[in-house]
Design a protein around this ligand. Sequence first.
Ligand code: S3P
Length: 446
Amino acid sequence: MSSADPTQMRPRRFLPTGPLTGRIRVPGDKSISHRSIMLGALAVGETRVTGLLEGEDVLATAAAMRAMGASVERLGDGEWRVSGVGVGALLQPEAALDMGNSGTSTRLLMGLVASHPITASFVGDASLSKRPMGRVIEPLSRMGADFTASPGGTLPLMLRGAAPAVPIEYRLPVASAQVKSAILLAGLNTPGITTVIEPVPTRDHSERMLRGFGAQLDVETDADGVRTIRIVGEAELRPQVIEVPGDPSSAAFFIVAALIVPGSDVVIENVGLNPTRAGLIEVLRLMGGQIDELNPREVGGEPVADLHVRHSVLTGIAVDPAVAPSMIDEFPALFVAAALAQGRTVTTGLDELRVKESDRLAVMAAALTAAGARVSETEDGLIIDGTGGDPLPGTGHAIATHLDHRIAMSMAVAGLVSTRGVEVDDTRPIATSFPVFEALLDGLRG
Ligand code: S3P
């Protein structure tokens, strides 16, 4: 996705549907997929990955690791082989690293480059080029890396890594797994101990996987839940065999769809349920959603289950802002559930949603309003008065997705419970995280 060229846009009207029924399996977790390629590329030897998400964002990470010397090959459906160069041995890329739409690729790779003796330029699409990089530039500069960024600390930017880098102790000013991970990844090739203090826990896939690859990393949690994460630098990583569990952030669209479409009964297989990711399920259950966990097990060091979801009468609630980090990507889907619930849903503490692939508070408020929902936008959240299950009127004109895959998929789901359907201006961004979304949805309509 390099531009929002209107002549290339792929609009689609998502029409009302009868019950959704059947079983689906969502693709691999995006966060875990990125990390498996990055760490595989830093281990000496051959890492095997199955269930890798083959979305555009992860492919951008794969291309970048190739450009820095690793071999990253697709063997079959979701099956990949990564031959790493070893920590400290990344090569200088010859051309700018094209990060497409992917904030995770950009911020985590900036961490990797920051402690290698190489220079790399990062470029991205129109959405990514607006997103704040200052949050990683600041700690990585303290470690010795040097940056030339575009005004406002955005892409395109050039990064000169430090060799050797300097270990830091850094308290995260925003709850961000990407910032935490960028520092830990920089710490891998930094002499001494790099420390990240995380006042509010965020997804911990980096910590789990770094340990799995043999890095010395420990986590201490104090009585207030503040986590102190220490990584010992100049690490040697051992190649691994990794099975990537299904992405709860992709499952979210089908969980909400099955809850709001009358008569639906759906099983979503192989969904990752790491507690740092499972906030949406907790919130939807509080709203009255029937979501059962079947066959709980462990996949790739992460808790996983099949989710059985049935149509439910949902009731609006005030969502506890403390749960936000564990469902940070799921708010667009939750807003759709709230628009169909009985009564009022109030969300607060969501400033971070304004700096995702789009300003998800403003864009979802506009999109849901266009579809006939009653929504008001506050500084840090949305207040939504639901229809009590009655279909939304739907849209005449297409709603604007602003190169944001999760807006497109959320509004597709809203169209399923509408009178005249919801038209999404561009479905192309869906391929960044969930290329088979439309095929799975169409399959469940029977
Ligand atoms: C991610 C962290 C989150 C999330 C993103 C993936 C990760 O971003 O929104 O989709 O893989 O670390 P922030 O760290 O900006 O909250």
